[in-house]
Design a protein around this ligand. Structure first.
Ligand code: ADP
Ligand code: ASP
Ligand code: MG
Length: 437
């Protein structure tokens, strides 16, 4: 049995959090591979080390002294080392980085040092070996990760060992360090789990799993017990961002379940994400979660007889492609089609798009509705349950929330409703109390 664990920034923030990590790792002998983030925030006004490193780089770039920012970073790690009672020579590591900083270190290498230093300390604290991600996470020249090569390298370095690995970075074919996009340590954990054929990938953070709704909108939402990869994609695409998007692919490919856990409440079971979830008779929830986003625009093109005009939809969508606008949903009727896009994406080109639509498809009318929020109810069990959309309509209607658009995916994994931006929070609350018992 092998468990690969990833601890996020808040789990690495100070010595108190380090102690929780150690207790979690040591409570189970199969927890042998630990991936860590840079130290994150200890309290809400605190700084993440990654942000401070980015700030350091900006100072150097504009010829301003980075000394004071670098000192803040150094202090955080020296303090963790001291408070954990370790003898790691973190000063020499910091000195090396500082020298490179003065001699033109690359931005990626500098920003990666948060994870590097965290992992050095955690390896000493746990008595595990340190493996540098520059030695196994291999990027291709196009910036994507060479998974097969990376898996092979990690297997050579780590198979059967107890190791700590820094998240968030790897190396280009020429050996130079490259970082992933923000939140990327989740991906490193997934890659390590896939490389070593782990039985489970545990992602330890500061919430007891993925919550059924955004806690800033709904009071104390329930954590989701079981969720499929497909449902998670729907939820995170529409706003519930707990994991980096790139986390799913490596573990899904190897059929490794992903368990989101809370470092501050290790007794909570968290959320289990897998390909197919078990039928849980105790689970009375019909839906898995409710999410959504504000600021969409709906462009509705109407033309009588449109549905019998071959190529009509293509000609409409071609216009959006020409302006590089990504299309979220395309609900359609017999004589009209609506194109739902993020308002940000069309802010500079809306009139040009309308002009081109006029030329391309000669419609009877084009209407634009702005300030729309999309609310999505997601759930694999909705497919077997008649009357779900009716319930959604009724709940919103009773609360006098006007529905501007509705769409359901063919697999019935989600129902999407467009409401006005001003009604967004209320719509999520109403749907939560209507669907979640
Ligand atoms: P880490 O540093 O451990 O990677 P992140 O900050 O990246 O942690 O992700 C965890 C955070 O995601 C939570 O603290 C929470 O604020 C946020 N979050 C957003 N939507 C949800 C949701 N639906 N369920 C749980 N957490 C959510
Ligand atoms: N430290 C990086 C960030 O803040 C990566 C991570 O934490 O996953 O984005
Ligand atoms: Mg994260």
């Amino acid at each position: 049995m092998l468990k690969v664990l990833k601890f996020g920034g808040t789990s690495m923030a100070d010595a108190k959090q380090f102690a929780k990590v150690k207790a979690i790792v040591e409570s189970d002998p199969s927890r042998r591979v630990v991936v860590v983030s840079a130290a994150g925030k200890r309290f809400s006004e605190d700084h993440k080390i990654t942000d401070l490193l980015l700030l350091c780089h900006a100072h150097v770039k504009y010829g301003v002294s980075a000394e004071s920012v670098f000192d803040m970073i150094s202090q955080r790690y020296v303090e963790i080392r001291n408070d954990c009672g370790l003898s790691t020579d973190i000063e020499s590591e910091l000195q090396k980085i500082k020298e490179k900083l003065l001699n033109g270190i690359s931005k990626d290498e500098l920003v990666s040092r948060g994870e590097y230093l965290s992992a050095r300390l955690m390896a000493d604290y746990l008595g595990f070996e340190f493996i540098d991600s520059a030695h196994w996470v291999r990027f291709k020249l196009d910036g994507t990760i060479d998974t097969e090569k990376s898996y092979e390298l990690l297997r050579e370095l780590a198979d059967g060992r107890k190791v700590v690995i820094p998240g968030f970075y790897g190396a280009m074919p020429n050996g130079s360090i490259r970082i992933m996009s923000r939140g990327g340590s989740d991906i490193t954990g997934a890659l390590a789990a896939a490389a070593l054929d782990a039985d489970v990938y545990e992602n330890w953070t500061d919430v007891s799993g993925i919550l059924m709704a955004d806690p800033r909108i709904v009071d104390n939402p329930e954590p989701i017990k079981y969720i499929t990869y497909d449902e998670l994609r729907e939820l995170s695409h529409m706003g519930a961002q707990v994991l980096h998007e790139g986390t799913i692919f490596p573990v899904r490919q190897k059929n490794i379940p992903l368990n989101i856990r809370n470092t501050n409440a290790p007794e909570d079971p968290g959320s289990l994400i897998m390909e197919n979830c078990p039928d849980d008779d105790n689970d009375k929830q019909f839906i898995t979660g409710i999410t959504g986003k504000k600021n969409f625009s709906i462009i509705t093109v109407a033309k009588s007889g449109m549905s019998s005009e071959v190529g009509f939809l293509r000609k409409v969508l071609e216009v959006f492609e020409k302006y590089n606008v990504s299309v979220e949903y395309v609900p359609s009727g017999i004589d009209s089609v609506s194109v739902v896009v993020a308002s940000k994406g069309v802010s500079d080109c809306l009139y040009a798009i309308m002009g081109d639509l006029q030329k391309n498809v000669k419609p009877d009318s084009i209407n634009v509705t702005e300030n729309i929020a999309i609310v999505a109810v997601v759930g694999r069990k909705m497919a077997y349950k008649p009357g779900m959309s009716g319930r959604l309509f009724a709940a919103l209607g009773e609360s006098k929330i006007n529905i501007r658009m509705i769409s359901q995916s063919c697999e019935e994994l989600n129902i999407i409703a467009g409401v006005s931006n001003d009604d967004f929070e209320k719509a999520v609350q109403v749907l939560y109390s209507s669907f979640v018992k």
